[in-house]
Design a protein around this ligand. Structure first.
Ligand code: KMH
Ligand code: ZN
Length: 278
């Protein structure tokens, strides 16, 4: 059981509309201020989606570079850019994200239905993304939306080698309509798949979308996993209580991790565990 808990905050995502959730950070200023608060509350990694001037999801390279710079200036957080973007982003834009030189980027391990849409991740695209990250010294976080994606990751590593840094870290994103359900049973089944298909020292985090947030969080803590929290996944703090801020979700994760005797991992330890370039 790891002695500490890596907390990743995913503050924005690509799906929620600012007009419906005013607390969602969408401008650079809002994102930086959220990042500062979340670092203080115990986060070590920030998983970043950006928006354009109309608050629509964007993979604009100039904006991504400015975002990476601003987050590095204002915080010590590990900056992880989403290469998943929105379900509408073309593959070449998703690959280009690496040119913004983040510490980490996400790499989704398979195609999945995403509510009424399809989040397309062709095998050849996954291989290209994995190899470009190796070449660019960017550490991947492998996003697992469904159980079969774990075996796919095993196949990727067997055929195309370990990621930059040599450490395999995955994130189970559970409860997407079309993916694996966000339940305690899924967390345990996914962990078992990991042990079967991935290197023994691979680590995992998990997040549950919406109502599955707390069951996934509590099971993951007990199962030795790390946590991702944030408004990308969770908009309701408790029944009838909208999330006020990302920092409040990080603070809750921090308290629960301490209760589980696995306090938050500091950023230096997170860099070392994940194999981030110095
Ligand atoms: N917005 C989803 C379609 C990632 O960031 O890599 C993809 C996603 C995964 O959020
Ligand atoms: Zn994301």
């Amino acid at each position: 059981m790891p002695a500490t808990t890596l907390i990743t905050v995913a503050p924005t995502g690509a799906e929620t509309e600012k007009s419906k959730v005013p607390a969602l950070p969408v401008t650079l200023d809002e994102l930086v201020s959220t990042a500062v608060d979340c670092e203080k509350a115990g986060a070590a990694v920030i998983h970043v989606h950006i928006r354009d001037d109309d608050a629509k999801p964007s993979l604009d390279l100039g904006r991504l570079k400015a975002t990476v710079d601003a987050l590095r200036d204002a915080t010590n957080l590990i900056v992880q850019l989403s290469s998943g973007g929105s379900v509408h982003d073309p593959e070449e834009h998703r690959l280009r994200v690496l040119e913004a030189a983040p510490d980490m980027a996400s790499c989704t391990m398979g195609t999945v239905n995403f509510g009424p849409d399809v989040f397309m991740n062709r095998w050849d695209f996954i291989v290209e993304l994995h190899e470009r990250m190796q070449a660019a010294s960017v550490v991947p976080e492998y996003e697992i939306f469904d159980i079969g994606h774990v075996a796919s990751l095993g196949r990727l590593l067997d055929k195309h080698g370990l990621p930059f840094g040599g450490h395999v870290h995955i994130d189970f994103v559970l409860g997407v309509p079309g993916g694996a359900p966000g339940t305690a049973e899924t967390v345990i089944a996914a962990k078992q798949q990991m042990r079967e298909h991935l290197p023994a020292d691979a680590t995992f985090a998990a997040t549950g979308i919406g109502r599955s947030t707390l069951p996934v969080l509590l099971t993951t803590l007990g199962a030795g996993g790390h946590l991702r929290v944030g408004m990308e996944d969770t908009l309701t703090y408790a029944k009838g209580e909208p999330v006020e801020s990302n920092a409040k979700l990080v603070a809750r994760a921090n308290s629960l991790a301490r209760l589980a005797q696995r306090p938050p991992m500091d950023v230096a330890s997170a860099r070392s565990m994940l194999g981030i370039r110095s």
